[in-house]
Structures are given as C-alpha cells and as structure tokens.
Design a protein around this ligand. Structure first.
Ligand SMILES: NC(=O)c1ccc[n+]([C@@H]2O[C@H](COP(=O)([O-])OP(=O)(O)OC[C@H]3O[C@@H](n4cnc5c(N)ncnc54)[C@H](OP(=O)(O)O)[C@@H]3O)[C@@H](O)[C@H]2O)c1
Length: 230
C-alpha cells in the first residue's frame, strides 16, 4: 500500500499536507466534497476524489490501497461564517467514519488535526473555558472538536493507529516552512516564548507521522516558538 489520502484537501491544512506529501514523492488522493469547486487541486501525482469524511462507506472507498490518511476537515472556517449550520456531532461522526472506513479498507494509520482550544492553560482549565484566552462565541465549535477527540480515545483499542496533532497557539496561514516542530502534551507550552505553528510545519509533522509513526492512539500538541524579533 502506498500514497496518502487527505480529507479536507481544499482547505488550508489539507493543501499544505498535499504539497508536503508531493514534495516527498508520495502520491496523494485529495478528497473534497465537490471536485468541481477545486479545479486547481489536480496536479501530477494528485488524484482528486469526491468524498465525505462523515460517511464510513465514502471513507472506505477513498482510502483503499493507501498507506495512511490525514483528517484535515473542518465544517467551520471562521467566526464570520456563523454557527447556524454547525453540527455539534460533526467531529464524532468524522471520527467514527474514519475509524470504521479505514478498518474496512485495511488502512492502519490516521493523522487527525486537532484544535488548540482543548489544550490546558496555565490554570489547568481548557483554553476554551477561559473567556480571556478564547472567544466564548466560538466555544460550540471547540466543544464539537473536543467531542471528536473523546471519540477517538474511546475507540482507541481498535485496529487503526491514530494520532491527533493539536496546534498549540496560532496556526499561521502562509507562514514559512522551517521543517521543524516540537511535540508536547496536554498543556499549552508555558514560559516566556510564544508557541505558534505555520500550516507548512503542521504538514511536515503530519507527513512525518504517516511515514514513521512515533505517537500512537494519543493526541499531542505540536508547535514551534516564534523567533524573537531584532
Ligand atoms: N490553532 C489551532 O488549533 C487551529 C487553527 C486553525 C485550524 N485548526 C484545525 O485544523 C483543521 C483544518 O483546518 P483548516 O484551517 O485547514 O480549515 P479550512 O481551511 O476551513 O478547510 C476545511 C476543509 O474541510 C472541508 N470539509 C468540510 N466538511 C467536510 C466533509 N463533511 N467531508 C470532507 N471535507 C469537508 C472543506 O471543504 P468543502 O467545504 O469544499 O467540502 C474545507 O476545504 C481543523 O480541524 C481546524 O479546526 C486548528
């Protein structure tokens, strides 16, 4: 089995993972809900496929024959979108569909992108519960994301070896690829330095964890420290 499937391939993280995987020579199946909306995705080594990350049959069909899958899907792209259409069960449905679909297809590795809002702050509370650190109006999205993490953990003894990579701090679109990153635990990195991550380095970590898994059936935070200016 070879090649990497990217769910959410038209999004910011999905595009970065696709680019990183291609740069390393992997064939990529780029899964989007409506290929007609993404005419720019197809390229040498990239096959665009229609799929829905919340449907196990769709997942099984698109992942068959691949070495691993990356879940970079979000039903919510920013607060300007509003919450009227946000399904609180979205990430649970995605976790179930991915675990079931990958198992059906015999694909053993899943890398899921997490949300820093459910890491713990200095006071031991999840960041999303601190109104100074996290906009309260976005909490429904953070709760939905967190429910997806819980579902992965509940089903952690199944055949699919998953890892959730949770960006700690700001995830910067267009930020430079350094090729470096650190893994941490459940807490936001403390200290004086500011944790952040570029999408490009999130992609480096994601493809690394498909190629040579180092973390198993767990979630980790992933970050760099922003370089001090001057
Ligand atoms: N600091 C942080 O912790 C942080 C910051 C930003 C993002 N994130 C997380 O990173 C992940 C990726 O975020 P992003 O910024 O790359 O999001 P994005 O740019 O909004 O892209 C998300 C993609 O998901 C796709 N999608 C939505 N529903 C789908 C479904 N049912 N099946 C398949 N694809 C679907 C969308 O494509 P279509 O609508 O075209 O289908 C879209 O291209 C998310 O989990 C997000 O929460 C974390």
């Amino acid at each position: 089995m070879s090649g990497i499937v990217v769910f959410g391939a038209g999004g910011r993280a999905g595009r970065a993972v696709t680019a990183e995987a291609r740069a390393r020579g992997h064939a990529v199946t780029a899964v989007v809900r409506d290929p007609a909306r993404y005419p720019d995705l197809g390229a040498e080594g990239v096959t665009v496929a229609r799929g829905d990350v919340t449907e196990p049959g769709s997942v099984a069909r698109t992942v068959a024959g691949h070495a691993g899958a990356v879940h970079a899907v979000s039903p919510f792209s920013g607060s300007e979108q509003g919450f009227e259409t946000l399904d609180p069960g979205f990430f649970v449905a995605a976790a179930d569909a991915l675990l079931d679909g990958l198992a059906t297809a015999g694909v053993g590795r899943l890398v899921a992108v997490g949300l820093g809002a459910n890491l713990l702050g200095a006071d031991g509370r999840p960041v999303m519960d601190d109104p100074l650190a996290f906009p309260p109006e976005i909490r429904p999205f953070a709760r939905a994301h967190t429910a997806g993490l819980h579902r992965l953990r509940e089903r952690g003894d199944g055949p699919v070896d998953w890892v959730m990579l949770t960006p700690a701090g700001h995830l910067e679109h267009g930020g430079a690829r350094t090729g470096r990153y650190r893994f941490g635990g459940e807490r936001l990195p403390g200290g004086d330095r500011e944790p952040w991550l570029s999408y490009a380095d999130l992609a480096v970590a994601s493809v690394d964890e498909i190629e040579k898994p180092t973390r198993h059936r767990t979630r980790v935070s992933v970050f760099n420290y922003r370089e001090a200016k001057g």
